[in-house]
Design a protein around this ligand. Structure first.
Ligand SMILES: [Zn+2]
Ligand SMILES: [Zn+2]
Ligand SMILES: [Zn+2]
Length: 348
C-alpha cells in the first residue's frame, strides 16, 4: 500500500461536490513541534460545578433531575429560537439579503457519569442514546415548521466543547442547513443520472476494495472516505438504504451502537487520549420532500494529526483555496485498523 498515491493529487468528493488536495510527500518534512504525551480520561464521576450532572442547577436557574440514564432539555443559551417573527427587516438590496431563522436547540446528556465518553460507555448504554436520538429525530421532524434535525457531538476542549460531561446537541431548523442541502443536491443528481443511490454504490465499492475500510459489522461500515479532509476523518454508513434513524430495525439500532463503541474506542487508542472530534448524523430532511435519494450516515471530523496534542489547522490555502491533507486516507485507515477495540483506560 505504501508508494501508492504518494504524489500530490486532488480527489473528488461526490457527496459534497468539492475537491480535496492530497499532499502525502509533506509528511516527510522535519517536525520540530510538541512531544506527544498520554492523556488519561477524567476520573471525576460527579462534578458539583457541572451544569449537566444529575441534580445540579443550570445557568438558566433550572435544576437537572437525578437522571440515571439519559436526559434531554432545551439549551439555556440556544443559538436558535422557536418563537421569532417570520419576517426580518432587510435592506432593499440585491446584495444585503436576510431571512428569518427559526430553530430549537436541545442538549442530550448521554450518561449521568461525568467521567464517561461514548468510547468508555457499554454498548447497551450507547443503545439508549441511539434510541433517544431516534425519538428526538422523529418527534422534532414531525413538527410542521422543522425542516431539518441536526444531531451532533462536539467532543473535547480542542473542538470547543465547553463541558467534558458526555453529551451531544440537537439543533432543529426551519430551513435545511448548507451541508445537508449540498448533499441533497448531490444525492439527487446521482440518483437521477444513474438510477441508483450514491452512498449505496459508494459503500459497496469501498467494501469491495477494502483499503479504506476501518471495520464493519453486519449492518454498518466504518471507513476513511476517499475524499477525507481531516487526517482521521471517518464516514459511518448503514449498509441498507435508509434515510433516517426511525427506519432502523431493532438490530440496526444495536449495530449502530456497536459501531459507535468500536470506532470511538479505536480513536481513543490511536494516541492514548480522549480523542476529540465533531461528529454528527446526516439524515433525510424533514421537509415535505420524499427524499428517496437520502442515505443515512455519520461524519466524524477529528482535528488530531500526529499525537494527543498536535492538531491539523485549516488555515492559509485551506481557507483561501481548498482543503488539503498530508497523510493519505489509505494510511489513516491502516492506522485505525491497527488500533485495539479494547479501551486503553478501562472502566473500574
Ligand atoms: Zn457532569
Ligand atoms: Zn442508499
Ligand atoms: Zn453527510
Amino acid at each position: 500500500m505504501q508508494g501508492k498515491w504518494q504524489n500530490p493529487h486532488r480527489r473528488w468528493n461526490p457527496l459534497r461536490q468539492a475537491w480535496v488536495l492530497v499532499s502525502p510527500h509533506r509528511t516527510q518534512r522535519p517536525w520540530q513541534g510538541e512531544v506527544a504525551q498520554k492523556a488519561a480520561p477524567s476520573a471525576v464521576t460527579y462534578d458539583p460545578a457541572c451544569y449537566l450532572c444529575p441534580g445540579n442547577q443550570r445557568a438558566g436557574g433550572e435544576a437537572n433531575p437525578q437522571y440515571d440514564s439519559i436526559f434531554t432539555f432545551v439549551n439555556d443559551y440556544a443559538a436558535l429560537l422557536p418563537d421569532v417573527p417570520t419576517q426580518v427587516e432587510s435592506p432593499t438590496s440585491l446584495l444585503l439579503v436576510a431571512e428569518a431563522a427559526r430553530g430549537l436547540c436541545k442538549v442530550l446528556c448521554f450518561h449521568p457519569d461525568h467521567s464517561l465518553t461514548l468510547a468508555r460507555m457499554t454498548q447497551p448504554e450507547i443503545r439508549r442514546v441511539v434510541d433517544a436520538w431516534t425519538n428526538e429525530y422523529a418527534e422534532l421532524g414531525a413538527t410542521e415548521w422543522i425542516k431539518y434535525v441536526q444531531i451532533f457531538e462536539n467532543r473535547g476542549a480542542m473542538m470547543g466543547a465547553s463541558n467534558p460531561h458526555p453529551h451531544g446537541q440537537i439543533w432543529s431548523t426551519g430551513f435545511v442547513p448548507d451541508e445537508p442541502a449540498a448533499e441533497t443536491i448531490a444525492q439527487n443528481e446521482y440518483l437521477g443520472r444513474n438510477g441508483r443511490c450514491l452512498l449505496c454504490d459508494y459503500v459497496a465499492e469501498e467494501i469491495r476494495g477494502g483499503e479504506r475500510v476501518v471495520f464493519e459489522n453486519d449492518l454498518f461500515a466504518v471507513l476513511v472516505p476517499w475524499w477525507a479532509v481531516w487526517p482521521f476523518e471517518v464516514l459511518l454508513v448503514s449498509k441498507r438504504h435508509v434515510g433516517a434513524m426511525p427506519e432502523f430495525s431493532n438490530e440496526e439500532r444495536d449495530a449502530l451502537a456497536d459501531a459507535l463503541k468500536r470506532l470511538t474506542t479505536r480513536y481513543d487508542n490511536l494516541f492514548e487520549t480522549s480523542f476529540p472530534y465533531t461528529m454528527g448524523f446526516h439524515q433525510a430532511p424533514t421537509d415535505d420532500g420524499e427524499h428517496k435519494e437520502w442515505h443515512f450516515h455519520a461524519h466524524f471530523y477529528p482535528p488530531l494529526l500526529r499525537s494527543a496534542t498536535v492538531r491539523k489547522f485549516m488555515v492559509g490555502f485551506e481557507m483561501l483555496g481548498m482543503p488539503q491533507r498530508d497523510i493519505t486516507p489509505e494510511s489513516a485507515a491502516e492506522r485505525l485498523r491497527a488500533c485495539s477495540e479494547t479501551h486503553f483506560w478501562p472502566r473500574a
